[in-house]
Ligand binder design. Structure first.
Ligand code: GLN
Length: 198
């Protein structure tokens, strides 16, 4: 059974732990570099990306996490987590650093200016059956992607789900619904990577 961590500095950690357990992973919060070293994959939750960025630096996680992402550890970022996986943010706060991992440019709070929060059905490439119910909360969108990034979903013409290699990201929060298919997709990626590596 794959061990999947949830970066537990700030944000909706508990909901991800529950969703991962439902998707047949052993789920653990990760706050320290030693805890990061022990997981097969990592979820970066929604919350506030500027705060996650500051706390990651404070907890000495910025460099270890960048190194593991570069080395191919599967990661899944939701909302603020998607922002943290962007190689470039269009409108960063001055102190805001990301982990990187996906060759994309992200616009923070892109959907939030009109609507603080909304739900929409999102059809995801690679997930069969009904569309996923996407919960968007001051959500970013992906402004543009490099050639090696797969676009998995769009909402009203804006990219809201992407994958590059072992890095997966969505603008929305699937952990806030009872539908765990996004987490199952990610746990499948973690399983595949663990099987290939050992
Ligand atoms: N607006 C937040 C940010 O910029 C993201 C919101 C969320 O994660 N729900 O980090």
């Amino acid at each position: 059974t794959p061990v999947v961590g949830v970066l537990a500095l700030q944000g909706d950690v508990r909901e991800h732990l529950i969703a991962l357990a439902s998707a047949d992973a052993v789920a653990r919060p990760v706050r320290r570099p030693e805890e990061l070293a022990d997981v097969d994959g990592l979820v970066i939750p929604g919350g506030e990306s500027t705060t996650i960025s500051k706390l990651a630096a404070l907890f000495g996680l910025l460099e270890p996490l960048r190194a593991r992402v570069r080395a191919g550890m599967p990661v899944y970022g939701t909302c603020a987590g998607l922002i943290m996986l962007a190689d470039k943010i269009l409108d960063p706060r001055s102190e805001q650093e990301t982990f990187g991992g996906i060759d994309m440019i992200v616009r923070r709070n892109a959907f939030g200016r009109q609507n603080e929060s909304f739900e929409a059905a999102v059809a995801i490439a690679g997930i069969d059956g009904a569309p996923v119910e996407g919960v968007f909360i001051r959500a970013p969108w992906v402004e543009s992607v490099g050639a090696s990034v797969e676009v998995l979903a769009e909402h009203e013409g804006h990219i809201v789900a992407v994958r590059q290699g072992n890095a997966l990201a969505t603008s929305f929060h699937p952990e806030l619904t009872g539908d765990h298919r996004m987490h199952e997709l990610f746990v499948g990626m973690v399983r595949g990577h663990a099987a290939a590596g050992s």
